[in-house]
Design a protein around this ligand. Sequence first.
Ligand SMILES: [Cu+2]
Length: 105
Amino acid sequence: MTRTILLIAAAWALHGPCQAAEHRITMVGSTYKPAVIEANVGDTLIFDNDDTEAHEVFVPTVAFSTDLGKQDPGKPARLVLTRPGTFEVECVFHQHMLTRVVVKP
Ligand SMILES: [Cu+2]
């Protein structure tokens, strides 16, 4: 009985508060919304291109740098957060497009 309770408690500890989440970021009017995202390690960012032109998610921040490739309207792009810290997300085609991601451990 005690063992069962411990196993349930362990399962809660592992899967309850630490469950990975998905955060949707829209690209519309050549603007990322929201402008700041808070997330946890293991979460996934999903960029939805709801615009009429292509975008390209690009992260210049050292230790987080990535390029998700050209993204046509209606096409989503995913980015899994693998480490804590803060990084900037830009767009290859539109210099003014910017959002900041804060990843908590
Ligand atoms: Cu763009």
